[in-house]
Design a protein around this ligand. Sequence first.
Ligand code: NDP
Ligand code: 2IT
Length: 446
Amino acid sequence: MSSALNDFMQEVKAKTAGEAEFHQAVEEVVETLMPVVEKQPEYRKARILERMVEPERTITFRVPWVADNGDVRVNRGYRIEFNSAIGPYKGGLRFHPSVTLSILKFLGFEQIFKNALTTLPMGGGKGGSDFDPKFKSKNEIMRFCQSFMNELYRHIGPNTDVPAGDIGVGGQEIGFMFGQYKKLKNSFDGVLTGKGISWGGSLIRPEATGFGVVYFAAEMLATRGQTLEGKTVAVSGFGNVAWGATIKATELGGKVVTLSGPDGYIYDPDGISGDKIDYMLELRASNQDIVEPYAERFGVEFYANKRPWEVKCDVALPCATQNELHAEDARTLLESGCLCLSEGANMPTTPEAAKLLIDSSILYGPAKAANAGGVSVSGLEMSQNSLRMSWSREEVDAHLHRIMKNIHQSCLDAANKYGMEGSYVAGANIAGFTKVADAMLAQGIV
Ligand code: NDP
Ligand code: 2IT
């Protein structure tokens, strides 16, 4: 670690003790930015990096709700409004028992750069709660969402902060939160994205993150004259992102052979296509968080408490959660000849695993570039809401495809400009950072 990076990280850690995931995300970004910042005295003078790692605003609040049996429960709600230099705060809400301030700060920090890469005018934010949707009834989820919005509505708005979904927050939860927002504000606003089609949503939004992850993989493969046709694809997770990635990888001629949950992974050598993809939605909607039923239903193997990276594949798409792909998984993938890894989840690889991938010749697409398709279509949903129009599937998909191609090209261009040819990690960080940093410089010390 360079001494400048070391000093910077010491300062960040001293101010944010115990926020391990946030430190991990900051270090990964700042490491690649040091050469850029060192060449630009105005960034240093304006303390751009120091300002970027401090959220503009952090909101935490009590979320009380009543369970079906009459018990009163209390969760903690958060919204981190990280950076609004290039647009309203934008980013998802995560409902999962593992949620902490550190996890949401890491996600909000990454979101700043991801959103800048999309070319759309969106700042960075993230929020959520330690609420666990697992085994909750629909009414319990509704009451929780309403209570969450009873506080959040004061802080959001179509030109201020536009939340969306993430782990544990899909169309159903967005619906309950939108209904409560509308009731409290008496205003039909484009304030959340991921809405239903008949009330302001965009076609392709549910599929968008997964589609984007695969479009990004296809662009990376094209730099080596390859396509997805005939490639074996390993996917982890079985939620929204894994589902979209499985659809698009299959459509482009790949064969997806794995899915995983917290219980283990399934291996389907014939490929997950057709009805099997539809079954993923049933699995997710069951709220039980297990993939084993897939193995029983389709007569394939289930590997308990294991991760899918031990299966030989050409393309790996981690789509479950942070730090799910460890150094030994990266080694296995490299040894078995995997050509390309495109990150669907946010920060799915541990720092040790990321280092192994960066030092190898694998095509490695980091999350803030590879999974930007979800927030891109959220941005397109905002555009449609402002226009009071809706676009066809083909139009939205064409915009998404173009955006993913642009992101891929800007990563390559930024990496080349700073002598880090072919590094998508450096390219994504630099391209996202310079856009936001220049906007901050132009807007003065605020
Ligand atoms: P979903 O809630 O639809 O699905 C996530 C599922 O993955 C949950 O069921 C969760 O189970 C499961 N899971 C958690 N940990 C593991 C694990 N170690 N192995 C396998 N499965 C696991 O969430 P999404 O699909 O929306 O999100 C997945 C990832 O993609 C997250 O990192 C998210 O931040 C990222 N992402 C999402 C976007 C979106 O638009 N939805 C956009 C960009 C990125 P359990 O609850 O039991 O842990
Ligand atoms: O991590 C992400 O980019 C998301 N969860 C989507 C955010 C959004 O505002 O659509």
